[in-house]
Design a protein around this ligand. Sequence first.
Ligand code: CA
Length: 224
Amino acid sequence: MRLLLVEDNQRLAETTKKGLEKESFTVDWFDTLSDAAAALETVSYDAVVLDLGLPDGDGLELLSNLRKKGSSTPVLILTARDGIDERVRGLDGGADDYLLKPFALEELIARIRALLRRPGGALGLLLIAGNVSFDTTAREVLVDDKPISVSRREMGVLEQLMRRNGRVVPKDVLEDKLYGFGEEVTSNSVEVHISRLRKRLLKAKASITVHTLRGVGYLLSEDT
Ligand code: CA
């Protein structure tokens, strides 16, 4: 899951980013409207966490542009202003939720998860393929109901593959979901995670196989 965090308070942004990453989200952080808008042009985010008072304008502008373009990406507004007007304007402008500053990180995470679990949201509760189940809320992978250990990025790979079970997942889509801006992606990073994941699945006797379609991407299938 890749999130866009737009917040100009550096300290708050850094703690929030760190906290979200610990929960296995990939986070891109920007402190201006213009940088955030540029990022939204190139990346399809699963959700946006948006501060309203930004150095180059009001976060609500970004929200309104996003909705004008027909995007339904969930947006959670962060605001220090407790005036009811701001909240109403935000929700009227197409925000899905809001949180008043100061907030507890746990609450932000819970709210984001709730947004992602909405119908059409990026987070389905439980993904199942063959004898493998993936609890996307607890971030736990089970084979025959027994938990197996999987690294954060391998989990990200598996999640995308399971969401598109039986359909091709292009390599660049995986890279996009797994790495934020400024994170180094070597050309074989995804292959490395796929290969480790395959070993783990094999060892746990999972009844699913990850296929490589050279030059195209990856495909998950259930063994028969
Ligand atoms: Ca601000």
